[in-house]
Design a protein around this ligand. Structure first.
Ligand code: PHE
Length: 340
């Protein structure tokens, strides 16, 4: 019996391999559930009494030797594997990076800003949480003015004066607080209105505001600027039309339509058979607004405009439902990758 164990000890000491499968075989042969070591332990009760201490000692030594051997060989095998490239199969196809895509609203926003940058406008921004003064009062919309109803407002419970801005016109005010004419700025950003969400309107959307103030700015300048914009945005052949309208902060005010065409049935549907689509509000800055900002209306005049970005996105990409733009469905958003 004792000689048996000694023989095994020699065998263990002599075993060498760097093949993980063979090492595992070796481990199972000795240390497996039905392996040699367990067998020898089971045989312990049949060992003559006087041999028992020696037997126990040798058996424990064998057990340790096996464990140590297996650990050593496994580590060595692992190391030689990684020094040969770690089992890396360089012919395997790689994991492709998922390229991000710019959101269509951002693509169009950037294009709009670029078009105005080219004629000397800078870009300015303001906060989405506004106070009454910047969103309404300074824009010639005093409290109880009925035109406040044009834009249903989300108020912020924390403070009776705070609200989510209903338009980017608030940035006009912030800009005039900090800058004196000449002013040429475009202000992109999110706006919020307490409206039912539908295919055509959302409670959150994006606008780009424009403000131009200098000496001798006329309605002709406004028209020419918007025509330039439309041609850059929608193509050389596009036309605009201005319809009289009302905004408290501009006088006179207009709604601006772009000619979309009547060539296809789709054009008919989108434009309700007229070929024209409204894309923005605009007008000459009301003298009251200039006065609120300590700008002398006798000396300076200017124009302002505000357009909804989603409206233009939907036109350019023929997207039928505004909600698609805010669901963040990757399959939808990835389609716009190639556009810019
Ligand atoms: N603020 C207006 C709106 O949100 C748009 C506008 C901006 C009109 C500037 C005139 C001048 O509807």
């Amino acid at each position: 019996m004792l000689e048996n164990i000694e023989k095994y000890l020699q065998e263990v000491a002599a075993f060498e391999s760097n093949d993980p499968a063979r090492i595992e075989q070796f481990r199972i042969r000795f240390a497996g559930r039905k392996g040699i070591i367990n067998e020898l332990f089971a045989a312990f009760k049949n060992v003559p009494k006087e041999d028992k201490p020696r037997y126990g000692q040798l058996l424990n030594r064998l057990k340790q030797a096996v464990n140590q051997k297996v650990a050593e060989l496994k580590a060595a095998a692992q190391e030689s594997k990684s020094s040969q490239g770690g089992g890396l199969d360089v012919t395997r196809p790689g994991y492709p990076y998922r390229l991000g895509a710019r959101h269509p609203v951002m693509i169009v926003r950037n294009r709009i800003l670029d078009i105005f940058r080219r004629i000397g406008f800078n870009v300015s921004e303001g906060p989405e949480i506004e106070d009454d003064w910047h969103n309404f009062t300074a824009l010639n919309l005093p409290e109880y003015h009925p035109a406040r109803d044009m834009q249903d407002t989300f108020f912020v419970e924390l403070h009776p004066d705070w609200l989510l801005r209903t338009h980017t016109s608030s940035v006009q005010i912030r800009y005039m607080e900090k800058h004196r004419p000449p002013i040429r700025t475009v202000s992109p950003g999110r706006v919020y209105r307490n409206e039912d969400v539908s295919a055509r309107s959302h409670l959150m959307f994006h606008q780009v505001e424009g403000l131009y103030i200098d000496t001798g700015v006329s309605f002709a300048d406004l028209k020419q600027t918007l025509l330039y914009f439309t041609r850059e945005m929608f193509g050389e052949k596009s036309r605009i039309r201005m319809r009289p309208s009302y905004f408290p902060f501009t006088e006179p005010s207009a709604e601006v339509d772009v000619y979309w065409g009547l060539e296809t049935e789709e054009d008919y549907r989108i434009t309700k058979g007229t070929g024209w689509l409204e894309i923005m509000g605009a007008g000459m800055v009301d003298p009251n607004v200039l006065r609120n900002m300590n700008i002398d209306p006798e000396k300076y005049s200017g124009f302002a405009f505000g357009m909804g970005i989603e409206r233009i996105v939907m036109l350019l990409y023929q997207i039928p439902d505004i909600r698609l733009l805010f669901e963040n469905d990757m399959h939808f958003l990835e389609q716009f990758k190639s556009v810019l």
